[in-house]
Design a protein. Structure first.
Length: 684
């Protein structure tokens, strides 16, 4: 039963609070904490001052207790160790809290001797299955490594008596009675997994990956069942639909277990790196309102933690030794689960602001993130990045990510790898986006606004066009791109194909040269192009196909679609769209190059002030299988040429069912023309 708070009696425990006598001070503090715990105190309060901590004797908090530093400083003694902890949780403490004080390392007075990196001296270290740990209202700074480190044990079992690589066969197991079954969609272990003492002592085991977290290239599932048997080989119980990196509780009387993977193919020996292990790791860790700064390696190192909450913290000026970041979610791989990073202010770090190398169920919300690299790597599953403000930062999204309601200013974002990424309801201000995905249709951008009032460039050392497409197609919907780029607003690589753009607007895009906006082959539904420069100069490649439907085009100078001599397109169609050129400055389509099938149907071309050039100008060097212009309306207040192809007799042109107002046509006698209404005259 708790009896309240205890104010540490310094003389009783031989403790100094004047930054001297580290050996007795460390011992005295630990003795006082242990005594208070045995006496039933729920809080230990430290008198103000500076307490010098022995580098070989870290402070070890107790369970069910708050250690209130009372505004005091715990300062490590200057030393030459490559590794130390000022506060160490490693005795399976639970419901323990550290609050209200400073924890200071010896970064600037440390002796960096020997061949070691000296990157693992930390302020607070958590390991070995500690649970429900709270760190709040702390300033942790000047460590040679991390401010806070949470780390898992590897949990390997001596002798590895049940390696699954090479020991799987086709078939399932009845989870109600433990009998073997014939099932082409399942594979099962041929060997038993014995419940050795290491497993029964902890009460759980799990199926984990290799030392780098991989379960093997031939493992296509993330789901499995475990069936337990008694020592007499009779069925005991089963657990279904488990996932790798989960803890599997062992029932009483279990002697061994078998495993059934939810996949049909038996993996090769090299393609199966599943290991049975018993790692111990921190769980339910709360880091709140802390100021973490000027550490050499990391602010917070999450190296195997489940259920960690980082909120209201300020993490800044981390530099000195890699990875030099605010928060790193890495070692332990998918042990890192249910990570919540909310409402923090992260800035001024040398390399990364947040990097997630591996893990799942990672939520990053309501943070202010300035400078550095934000990275969700390919090993991450089910991450949510929502309502953050990014400034002067680079975002690398390669993992499974929902990136929503974020505001980016002066940033760059690169979409990498092959996993899913959804970008939704974000605002990008002077923040270019670069598609580098290597798999089709894994990125969906929707309801986003992209504004650019700075100039960007496409130098190889710093690609900066506002919009860079990938060859593998993705989709963009209900989004707006508006602004400028020096050399080009868009970049399209060779081989781009089958992009999908729905309801996308390109407005007032201004850039140098011929102001060409390059568009990848694909389908464009309900898109708007308003003063977006020339559309062209990229229509080349094998089987390139373009389909514009229900689009709106408005421009005031130069040809809109400039389909020049190098154009190579297999299929090109514009239908149900509206073209408006109020100045009468140039053509809607300048057609040259090599074409397969070219269709213009049910479009309206509005040139109220006429036009100095043909609205559709088909040059005599054009090569095409077919050019079909049907069901279109050409309108002007002064006489214009709607279509000119009179010097292209060898091009198969069909011109039918069109309506022309104050417009004429210049076609060759070899071209097919019928059922057109030209200046109120029906020409059958």
């Amino acid at each position: 039963m708790s009896i309240g708070s205890y104010l540490v009696e310094l003389s009783r425990w031989n403790i100094k609070n004047d930054a001297t006598d580290s050996i007795n001070t460390s011992k005295g503090l630990n003795d006082a904490l242990t005594w208070a715990s045995l006496e039933g105190y729920s809080e230990v309060i430290l008198p103000d001052g500076t307490y010098l901590i022995d580098e070989n004797n870290p402070i070890q908090p107790q369970s069910y207790m708050t250690f209130n530093l009372g505004g005091a400083t715990l300062r490590i003694r200057d030393n030459n160790l490559p590794k130390y902890a000022i506060i160490l949780f490693h005795q399976k403490q639970q419901y323990s809290r550290i609050t209200n004080g400073k924890i200071e390392g010896d970064r600037y007075t440390h002796s960096y001797t020997g061949d070691h990196v000296h990157a693992f001296g930390v302020g607070v270290e958590l390991r070995y299955g500690v649970q429900y740990i709270t760190l709040d209202n702390l300033e942790i700074f000047n460590t040679i490594g991390d401010a806070i480190l949470g780390i898992t044990s590897y949990g390997s079992i001596s002798g590895n008596p049940y390696k699954l690589a090479g020991n799987l066969e086709s078939g399932g197991i009845n989870t109600s009675n433990g009998t073997l079954t014939t099932n082409k969609n399942r594979i099962r272990s041929k060997v038993n997994i014995p419940m050795v003492k290491q497993i029964t002592n902890l009460g759980y085991f799990g199926l984990y990956g290799s030392s780098f977290g991989s379960i093997g290239n031939d493992i296509s599932t993330n789901t499995f069942d475990v069936i337990f048997y008694k020592s007499n080989d009779t069925f005991l119980s089963s657990v279904t639909d488990l996932h790798f990196f989960d803890e599997i509780e062992v029932p009483i009387d279990a002697s061994y277990a078998k495993v059934v993977l939810h996949q049909a193919t038996i993996p090769s020996y090299a393609g199966n790196t599943i290991l049975v292990r018993t790692p111990e790791f921190p769980k339910h860790v709360y880091i709140k309102q802390c100021n973490l700064h000027h550490c050499r390696r990391l602010g917070i190192a999450i190296c195997g933690i489940k259920h960690i909450y980082v909120s209201g913290c300020e993490i800044h000026h981390i530099s000195g030794v890699a990875p030099q970041g605010a928060i790193d979610i890495e070692d332990g791989y998918d042990i890192n689960q249910y990570i919540f990073i909310d409402g923090n202010n992260i800035y001024g770090n040398e390399n990364y602001n947040i990097i997630a190398v591996a893990g799942k169920h990672i939520t990053i919300t309501n943070n202010k993130i300035q400078s550095g690299i934000f990275a969700i790597n390919a090993g991450v599953d089910k991450s949510i990045v929502d309502k953050n403000f990014f400034h002067d930062s680079v975002s690398l999204l390669a993992g499974d990510t929902l990136f929503s309601n974020n505001h980016l200013y002066d940033c760059r974002i690169r979409l990498l790898g092959t996993t899913q990424a959804s970008i939704d309801h974000c605002i990008f201000h002077n923040s270019p986006i670069n598609f580098v995905k290597q798999k089709s249709y894994v990125v969906q951008i929707s309801n986003c606004k992209f504004y650019y009032d700075n100039d960007f460039y496409t130098a190889s050392t710093n690609p900066g066009a506002p919009l860079i497409f990938s060859a593998e197609p993705q989709s963009i919907s209900n989004s707006t791109f508006e602004g400028s780029g020096v050399e080009a607003f868009t970049v399209v690589p060779e081989g781009a194909h089958d992009w999908i753009l729905n309801g996308v607007s390109f407005i007032n895009i201004k850039h140098k040269e011929n102001r060409i906006t390059r568009l990848p082959p694909g389908v464009y539904n309900g898109c708007r192009f308003i003063n977006s420069g020339r559309l062209g100069d990229i229509f080349k490649g094998v089987n390139a196909k373009y389909d514009f439907n229900n689009c709106y085009f408005e421009w005031d100078d130069l040809s809109l679609f400039y389909l020049g001599e190098g154009t190579m397109v297999d299929f090109f169609k514009i239908s149900n769209s509206f073209f408006k050129n109020p100045t009468g400055s140039d053509s809607a389509l300048f057609i040259n190059g090599n074409w397969g099938s070219f269709h213009l149907s049910e479009n309206t071309f509005s040139f109220p002030n006429g036009n100095k050039n043909p609205i559709i100008d088909i040059r005599n060097t054009t090569v095409a299988d077919l050019i079909r212009i049907s069901g279109n309306t050409f309108m002007s207040n002064t006489l214009v040429t709607a279509v000119k192809a009179d010097k292209s007799p060898n091009i198969p042109v069909i011109f039918k069912d069109n309506y022309l107002q104050k417009a004429n046509i210049e076609l060759n006698n070899t071209h097919i023309k019928f059922d057109n209404i030209i200046n109120n005259i029906h020409i059958p």
